[in-house]
Design a protein around this ligand. Structure first.
Ligand SMILES: [Zn+2]
Length: 311
């Protein structure tokens, strides 16, 4: 059946057609690389918004999605080049570590510690939703997001969509992770960040069902939380950080056999533990630094739409 265009529609059809074509191209690009990582509720929202946007706005939005998915397209990384690359191999999966920090030198021991933490985590929780695509070491992370870098220092940042963990130089200090979680910083930080990858979303439901809840702490200027009365947290960081930080801290305590973890939390995590044998792992220093590349279709799209990638 052929649909006829009415007179009012054909009057604007030239611009409309062009915009529709561009929109479809944008949709195609998103569908092929970014779309599947967005929750279905957000997809609906995104579709609703996008129809009302201009081409320029759509491109800007697309670019934002690209940066969320491909960490090396973010302004902090675009004009930087790492001075070291280590490849860690766990099972059959290779993850590069890119060192951008002027304050850190990754030695073989540190590389092995990182690889061991990835192996340790995957022996217990092998079914990660997102693969660990890269680990970076950077100087640009804030010292804290809780207003107090002595009590709540920021060791790292996880970007779940990108499958990336960014470590700050603090993670490489030869000291305990926290006073209330005396595990070597680098190992603990890596476990904590991987827990954000896999376990935040799944354990959140169980945490809440067991009555482990938080409210905003309105007495503080920063976005700190107050746990409910029976909600015993293994560290002060988990206590003020809310559900996701507490899950990550609890998993870190669990895997490092810190006995002071609340028994209910301990049991919830144990239910998820696959308890596999530690997979074989190895590390090697790359002779030549090789950064990841954008998929070819994205390159083509950006080139043809002249998106300025230099921010
Ligand atoms: Zn965290």
């Amino acid at each position: 059946m052929v649909e006829h265009l009415g007179p009012s529609e054909s009057a604007v059809s030239e611009t409309n057609l062009r915009q529709t074509r561009e929109l479809r191209l944008a949709d195609f690009v998103i569908a092929s690389s970014v779309w599947e990582t967005i929750e279905s509720d957000d997809q609906q929202l995104y579709t609703d918004i996008e129809i009302n946007k201009t081409e320029t706005e759509q491109l800007a939005e697309l670019y934002e999605l690209i940066q969320a998915k491909y960490w090396f397209m973010q302004p902090e990384y675009l004009n930087m080049f790492p001075h070291q690359q280590w490849d860690i191999e766990v099972g059959n999966h290779v993850t590069p570590i890119y060192n951008y920090s002027s304050r850190v030198h990754i030695d073989p021991l540190n590389a092995r510690r990182i690889a061991h933490s990835v192996a340790r985590f995957s022996a217990s929780f092998p079914d990660m939703h997102e693969p660990l695509n890269a680990i970076t070491v950077v100087d640009h992370l804030p010292e804290t997001v809780f207003g107090n870098s002595t009590d709540f220092p920021m060791h790292a940042e996880t970007q779940v969509y990108a499958g990336m963990i960014a470590l700050s130089p603090l993670a490489f200090k030869d000291e305990d992770y926290r006073p209330d979680l005396p595990v070597l910083a680098l190992e603990a930080v890596m476990i904590h960040e991987q827990a954000h990858f896999l376990l935040d979303r799944t354990l959140e439901v169980e945490w809440e069902a067991a009555g482990f809840t938080w409210e905003y702490d309105k007495t503080d200027n920063y976005e700190l939380y107050l746990p409910s009365e029976s909600n015993e947290c293994v560290t002060e960081y988990g206590r003020v950080g809310g559900v996701y930080e507490d899950i990550a801290e609890s998993v870190t305590a669990y895997l490092s056999h810190q006995g002071k973890l609340n028994i209910t939390k301990q049991n919830i995590i144990a239910m998820r533990d696959s308890m596999l044998r530690l997979p074989e792992f190895d590390v090697s220093k790359a002779n030549e630094i090789k950064l990841p590349q954008l998929p070819r279709e994205l390159h083509y799209y950006l080139d043809h739409n002249r998106v300025d990638t230099r921010d």
